[in-house]
Design a protein around this ligand. Sequence first.
Ligand SMILES: [Zn+2]
Ligand SMILES: [Zn+2]
Length: 316
Amino acid sequence: MDDSSSYNDSNRAFVQAFLARGTLTYETSKPLLASIFTVHEGREILPNDITEADLRSYVSAANLALSPLDLEIRSTFHQSSRERVYALVNTSSDALTQMATTYSVEEMGFVKRVLDWMFDGPANTRRSEAMCISGTEAVNLAKVAGGVRRETQNGNTQGGGGSQGLSMRDAEGMMGRLVEEGWFEKSGKGFYSLTPRALMELRGWLVESYNDLEDESDDRGDRIKFCQACKEIVTVGQRCPKRECPCRLHDICTANFFRMQRNRNCPICKVEWDGKHFVGEKAITTSERYLQGRRRSGGSRRARQEVDEADENEEA
Ligand SMILES: [Zn+2]
Ligand SMILES: [Zn+2]
């Protein structure tokens, strides 16, 4: 125990586990630290014996070791659950630069098209600030827009190599990989959005790419908006009812914020904050169009099940 203040095998094991996962929360760190402590102390330590202070001390020891490698474990909060998320961040280059070392040029092009869709495309308009993408929409971005046209001129609409993009199957696979590797998370309703880790690592890149655009014809303003309370990016939360007002708040930040303000008016435009204008997938899932579509696709899902009799018999 006397060597616990210096960097030891336990610290090394923790760093290795972190490198392998990329992201940890207090909950997911418990079994990990418990097994490390068990080896270190030669007696069984249970996950519930692990305190948040244990995690913090291992994180700070890890950061001393990681800093020469331009790596740092930073923490942020999950926008919805408010759970603290620890993530390994490269301090010398942005996430897209790092991803380019493991993904192909075509795959990176696809990632960029997905991000454009989320933040500068149909998923982020004045009317609907969803900042997420459905699996179907993502697969439809497999090919480079305009690439199809070039192919047609060559009389070959099937060729998928070179700079034409990905096959639909590969695009689907990429979305799965991006979830597995901690960049995207997939909601119960099937929408993909950026994880806290991705937001932390891509913050600078997102702002640089989608804000302060010098396009006079475009009055939409900054695509990436920050919470008026905590100053972090909002991709899930609430927006001011006034469409042109840039004020955004995380759901979890509203209660404290309005308590301190002693009224429920937008701090920027002073309009009453109704909490019914959403940022994130709720901007889609609460829309009349989506609800109508669901009622229709509910019908087609039933039709598909009827074709697959075996499944239906199992369900019955
Ligand atoms: Zn906030
Ligand atoms: Zn406002």
